[in-house]
Design a protein around this ligand. Structure first.
Ligand SMILES: CC(C)[C@H](C(=O)O)[C@@H](O)C(=O)O
Ligand code: SF4
Length: 433
């Protein structure tokens, strides 16, 4: 048998088959099924079809995150309906408003492990590739089918390999790497592919940077993303998992490592690209497309009205730390609003303990409740018509943040913080930290 990609191995595992071929259609049984504020809509369809009980409630995970706390009576009612569904179905993996964004929360809760499969009613479910799990977004009706049967069909994707070498220079982040990839290969460059990262460059990336990459790869059109899990990943997950199961951390860690999957060296890749991390520079996605990417130096000086640090792409501790380092002892530019929303309560608590929140508040930032915030224009910081936003989020198409004629630039949290400080798009490497 020829070598297998990660995607082949993970899908074979979830299908209970010894191996699968690229292009083959197989029935898989994911380890976890994710939904969030869209749960009530799926539940309504579920009951309308005459279905009564989800097949395996312990395989469901539900968060309230897309509009928390609820901004309107309609949102509040939606949450109430989800709580009712959760109670009716006996779903234990339910995370209340304020706990954080689904992908971040399920990672922190170690509900998914390397080698496992998670399918979610959210496009950024590719996130779980950070730990070497197979994560993919599916539609609501597919989630309904999963609730009912526990299974769904998948086509085994072609794979592309991205080799990372070296280390990111100071002031350059995983976000810049992704933006560079989108610029080079286009937003559909990874369409329905398993994008599998490899190379010694991966080892130097923090766990949080790996989350950025796998998460943001959704904007590259991929089916799933994959970074090979190593000690950093196992060390991050083991205590969290052990907290859930009550077992000794070492035993849990061994089990997690044993479940990890790695592609074979001779696996069939459709294409291979190499990125030298030390050659990268800060990048910005300009309005109104995620692959309308330019090096920051070409758009530096563009005036901004609002700066936003948050989302499942870039709302983690590392991101808030980068912003705090830039803004420590300084004030944001007059006329600019800076909004910071930690991706989870855990991130918020740690940012509080480390003094980052104090630093940001003193610099003039507004701090939001952990959740998606204005990322998709639901609430909590919608730009006015004609305004210019720089955001650490993942999407900048027209109207994404709720206002059709606002302009959204996407960049790393360091770039967003530096831009808030100066009032214009700014290279964070210019600011002494
Ligand atoms: C609401 C949800 C289904 C959506 C997604 O799938 O990505 C949202 O999270 C987004 O980022 O646009
Ligand atoms: S933070 Fe944004 S991208 Fe992530 S799940 Fe929420 S709305 Fe989607």
């Amino acid at each position: 048998m020829s070598g297998q990609t990660f995607a082949q191995k993970a899908i074979a595992r979830a299908a209970g088959l010894p191996d699968v071929a690229v292009g083959q259609i197989v029935d898989v049984r994911p380890d976890l099924i994710l939904s969030h504020d869209n749960t009530a809509a799926i539940a309504a369809m579920f009951y309308r079809l005459g279905l009564k009980k989800v097949r395996d409630p312990d395989r469901l995970a539900i968060t309230l995150d897309h509009a928390v706390p609820p901004p309107t009576p309609r949102h509040a009612q939606n949450h109430a309906e989800i709580r009712r569904f959760v109670a009716e179905q006996g779903i234990r993996n339910f995370f209340e408003a304020g706990r954080g964004i689904c992908h971040q929360v399920l990672s922190e809760e170690a509900l998914v492990l390397p080698g496992q499969m998670i399918l979610g009613a959210d496009s950024h479910t590719t996130h779980f590739g950070w730990m070497g799990a197979f994560g993919a977004g599916v539609g609501r009706s597919e989630v309904l089918a999963l609730w009912a049967t526990g299974e769904i069909w998948l086509r085994v994707p072609e794979s592309i390999r991205i080799v990372l070498t070296g280390r990111l220079p100071p002031g350059v982040t995983a976000k810049d790497l992704c933006l560079r990839i989108f610029r080079d290969l286009g937003a559909d460059g990874g369409l329905y592919r398993s994008v599998e990262f490899t190379g010694e460059g991966v080892r130097h990336l923090s766990v949080e940077s790996r989350m950025v990459i796998a998460n943001f790869m959704a904007e590259f059109g991929v089916k799933n993303a994959y970074l090979p899990p190593d000690d950093r990943v196992f060390d991050w997950l083991a205590p969290r998992r052990a907290r859930r199961t009550g077992e000794p951390i070492e035993a849990v860690r061994e089990r997690i490592a044993a479940g990890a999957l790695y592609p074979d060296p001779d696996a069939p890749y459709e294409a291979e690209y190499v990125y030298r991390l030390e050659d990268l520079e800060p990048m910005v996605a300009c309005p109104h497309a995620v692959d309308h990417v330019r090096p920051l130096r070409e758009v530096a000086g563009t005036r901004i009205d609002m700066a936003f640090i948050g989302t499942c792409t870039n709302g983690r501790l590392e991101d808030i730390a980068a912003a705090a380092a830039i803004l420590r002892g300084r004030r944001i530019a007059p006329g600019v609003r800076l909004l910071v929303i930690p991706a989870s309560r855990e991130v918020l608590e740690e940012a509080l303990r480390r003094g980052f929140i104090q630093t940001l508040v003193e610099a003039g930032a507004m701090i939001g409740i952990p959740g998606c915030g204005p990322c998709m224009g639901n609430h909590m910081g919608i730009p006015a018509p004609g305004e210019v936003v720089i955001s650490s989020g993942s999407r900048n198409f027209r109207g994404r943040m709720g206002t059709p004629d606002a302009e959204i630039y996407l960049a790393s949290p360091a770039v967003v913080a530096a831009s808030a400080l100066r009032g214009v798009i700014t290279d964070p490497r210019e600011i002494a930290t």
